[in-house]
Ligand binder design. Structure first.
Ligand SMILES: Cc1cc2nc3c(=O)[nH]c(=O)nc-3n(C[C@H](O)[C@H](O)[C@H](O)COP(=O)(O)OP(=O)(O)OC[C@H]3O[C@@H](n4cnc5c(N)ncnc54)[C@H](O)[C@@H]3O)c2cc1C
Ligand SMILES: NC(=O)c1ccc[n+]([C@@H]2O[C@H](COP(=O)([O-])OP(=O)(O)OC[C@H]3O[C@@H](n4cnc5c(N)ncnc54)[C@H](O)[C@@H]3O)[C@@H](O)[C@H]2O)c1
Length: 482
């Protein structure tokens, strides 16, 4: 329980996927690095987000895949074995123990400091340890804030706190299947968790205040995912707002603005995220406690002099995705290393110290049935950014590989082509198992591969990837953008 400052080259606050990647890069460059973690090394993603949620969803996709093909359909004898799915989920969440990730941190030579860290002025970090003690850490070169986000509950909804709603944490870790589940919010967490729990046997109602799902994707993605959820038995309601909740006798009564009422064993609020910055000591370095941390492309925090403070991953609000946080971690780690070695940063677009892909080519897969996968800009986003684009759509079910994959394959693909630059700036695929199609599109967008060259990237027959050929043909035969 020492209060003597410990000196490190780099101090990382938050040992989620982002913080781990910063530490990996700074350790690889020989910089001494401490990682401060208040809960579990591995962060939200490993225990209450990506891994457990995908472990809940994968069996439903496997079952749907078997049911979609004559021959294997007849071999399906019943519903999912929920107990087996939950046990497999527990194993993917490492039973909420972080020994494996702690061993990895040790293997790269980083020092793990358990406790809650906060800034106490430039380069100074105070850690409150679980035993009630304090440790003071000083960073010679950089502090990286990688503290992620937490779920947000709306304010002013009567009875919400007393109803003890699920957030993403309970939705990904529940040991039992509620008989009925109301899900509030039509973003990614809402649709994925509605799909998972319906497949596990809950009767799910999804309440969406707007007119569509997945508002950050092309509109057809939300439409096809809504159709898939409805076909699976989810009661999807648009324009639906909750006016109050009441929990009694193990059941929550949910009152709706249209005068209706729903009852369910659990209610999940999937209504967005807030940064974990309210107790980070931001005011001690001239920033505002509780804010998202605005950064430049190398993830250096704006408004802080001296190039010592970085904010990486969800907490900077650039792209709330594990793979983008890890990418930023690699880039910020390289930037911290360059500065520590007295080298200038190379921050031009697509340079080694610029997280350009966050805005130009971040991929995302929504693991519902059908899946929705997108990269880069939507058609509307590209037009809003002032680009002259041509948009080409194609029905995935018309591809030979897709009809082999499922007897009644339904899905759609879209590419958004920048007419002045002659390459893709966005692509979206919706359909069963399209997530694995996405990386080709990411390479095309990030590599700015000219369409003329894409004609030479021949998709193997009969794979679903033949969609690429059909999209190119449809582009060739369509009218140029105005
Ligand atoms: C239900 C759900 C499913 C998701 N599924 C996917 C998916 O399939 N694919 C995908 O790419 N993304 C997914 N995401 C998003 C993904 O979880 C995040 O983008 C990712 O976890 C961000 O990583 P991070 O390291 O920035 O933050 P986090 O993972 O949140 O890690 C931050 C860490 O910092 C620690 N911490 C916080 N404050 C302090 C402090 N003061 N001192 C010390 N430690 C502190 C926390 O304990 C935590 O361990 C999902 C999110 C949710 C909610
Ligand atoms: N497969 C994946 O990649 C994956 C899975 C889950 C989460 N994530 C990431 O995690 C982040 C958080 O996801 P999320 O779904 O929690 O947030 P989100 O911001 O994507 O969606 C929240 C939704 O809730 C709605 N909402 C907000 N307040 C509301 C209210 N009071 N009543 C009703 N609806 C309300 C919003 O309109 C929005 O549609 C996302 O940015 C996403 O990228 C990714």
């Amino acid at each position: 329980m020492s209060t003597e400052p410990e000196q490190y080259d780099v101090v990382v606050l938050g040992g989620g996927p982002t913080g781990e990647n910063v530490a990996d890069r700074t350790r690889a460059a020989g910089l001494s690095t401490a990682v401060v973690e208040s809960e579990l090394v591995g962060g939200e993603c490993s225990y209450w987000a990506c891994m457990p949620s995908k472990a809940l969803l994968r069996p439903a996709a496997a079952l749907a895949g078997a049911r979609a093909v004559a021959g294997s359909r007849e071999a399906v004898r019943g519903p999912l074995d929920a107990a087996a799915v939950l046990a497999r989920r527990d194993s993917f969440a490492s039973h909420w123990k972080d020994d494996g990730q702690v061993s990895w941190l040790e293997s790269i030579g980083a020092v793990l400091v358990r406790g809650e860290g906060r800034l106490e002025g430039p380069r100074q970090v105070l850690v409150r340890t679980p035993d009630g003690g304090e440790r003071r850490l000083t960073a010679r070169h950089a502090v990286a804030l990688c503290t992620g986000t937490r779920a947000v509950l709306p304010s002013g909804v009567p009875g919400l706190a007393e109803a003890r709603p699920w957030t993403s944490r309970e939705a990904t870790s529940s040991p039992t299947v509620p008989a009925r589940l109301v899900v509030v919010g039509g973003g990614v967490v809402g649709v994925e968790m509605a799909a998972a729990w319906q497949a596990l046997g809950s009767r799910v109602t999804l309440l969406v205040r707007g007119a569509g799902l997945l508002p950050r994707m092309e509109p057809f993605a939300g439409e096809l995912v809504a159709a898939g959820l409805s076909a699976a038995g989810v009661d999807v309601r648009f324009g639906a707002s909750v006016t109050g909740l009441r929990r009694a006798d193990g059941v929550v009564a949910v009152s709706l603005a249209d005068g209706g009422e729903l009852t369910a064993e659990e209610v999940l609020y999937a209504t967005g995220r807030a940064p974990r910055t309210e107790a980070l000591g931001l005011a001690s370095v001239g920033l505002t406690d509780g804010d998202w941390l605005a950064v430049d492309d190398s993830c250096a925090v704006r408004g802080v002099d001296g190039g010592w403070l970085f904010a990486v991953g969800d907490v900077n609000h650039r792209a709330l995705l594990t793979h983008q946080g890890k990418y930023q971690g690699r880039i910020a780690g390289a930037a911290i290393t360059a500065l520590a070695q007295g080298r200038p940063l190379e921050t031009a677009a697509w340079g080694p110290h610029a997280a350009t892909a966050d805005t130009a080519g971040a991929p995302q897969v929504v693991f519902t049935e059908p899946e929705a996968a997108s990269v880069g800009l939507t058609a509307e986003g590209a037009r809003r950014a002032g680009r002259r684009v041509r948009v080409v759509d194609y029905e995935l079910g018309s591809i030979a590989g897709a009809s082999l994959q499922a007897d009644d394959y339904r899905g759609r693909a879209r590419i958004v082509v920048d007419e002045d630059r002659g390459h893709l700036v966005g692509a979206t695929f919706v359909g069963p198992a399209v997530g694995e199609l996405l990386h080709a599109a990411t390479v095309a967008v990030v590599g700015e591969v000219p369409l003329a060259r894409l004609w030479h990237a021949v998709p193997a027959y009969p794979t679903v990837s033949e969609i690429w050929l059909r999209l190119l043909e449809a582009y060739r035969d369509s009218a140029p953008a105005e």
